[in-house]
Write a protein that binds this ligand. Sequence first.
Ligand code: RIB
Ligand code: CA
Length: 316
Amino acid sequence: MNPKHIILDTDPGIDDALAILLALASPEVVLDGISAVHGNASAEQVTTNALSILELANASHIPVYQGCDLPLVKESLLSPETHGNSGLGYANLSAPATKPQIKHGSDYLIEQIMSHPGEITLVAIGPLTNVAIAIRKEPRIVQNVKEVFVMGGAIKHQGNTTPLAEYNTFVDPHSAHIVFHSGMPIILTPLDVTYECIFLKEDLNRLLKIDSPITKFISDSTRFYMEFHDEYQKIDGCVINDPMTLALTYMPEICDYQDLYVDVDISTGVGLGNTFADFYNYEKKKPNMKVAMGVRPRMFMELFLERMEKLAKTIS
Ligand code: RIB
Ligand code: CA
């Protein structure tokens, strides 16, 4: 089967970094490029991080485009407490030798989707600002994108940023609203399934049996992320939302899905950024996305660990 052509719209970020590494370790996909978006750190910082992560994995041929640095309406909300000031926890990657491309990240999305109709799988694992801007600038990308995998939202699960809202949809709820109601073919990976997939210390110890800059990076970055999860959520390990979303592009059987009408709260109350599904179809509206609501956690974790072991053995 021909590999899927993917573009990652991402805010690296520790779990974003793991998603980039998983894409590079998965022959089922070709990572055509990265559009970086504000979120876990500033747009400039996440762009630098994306370049450094690609260099770490000998993949500097993959282009990186800097995108939006602010949400559509709200104030910026970065997450140093979760991902560290650098966005990569305790990892200390050298400054990248490569530079980002000149074009804006949202223009890169438009260019690639319109010049390869029906061929691009967009994997959006940060706040949806770049994607929303791209839709407003070129609405035809809605019909021309092959599929859009979105990491975001919490349907029945509690929020991870407010009691009701997940980080990506809370940081930029207005962009999420544009994307959710655009008509794009969306597959949503919410906290309902990602919180079942905890990267444990024993998983990390298995990877550390391989001496490689890749396993050192995974250890240094996830150690910070595990400390955050322990302190803020009393979780032993860390929730690796983004690589799980990436894995579904070629191993959909990891999850079970429901076609649902999902909306995001853009009112100014306590529910801002909350995502909710109309399970009983009160609104009589057609489903606007496929939502992963069930998951086989160890199927994903085994895939992730196997692919990281394989990648680590190629990078010395
Ligand atoms: O809520 C988790 C999501 O927000 C992940 O994509 C994480 O990287 C942050 O962007
Ligand atoms: Ca992310």
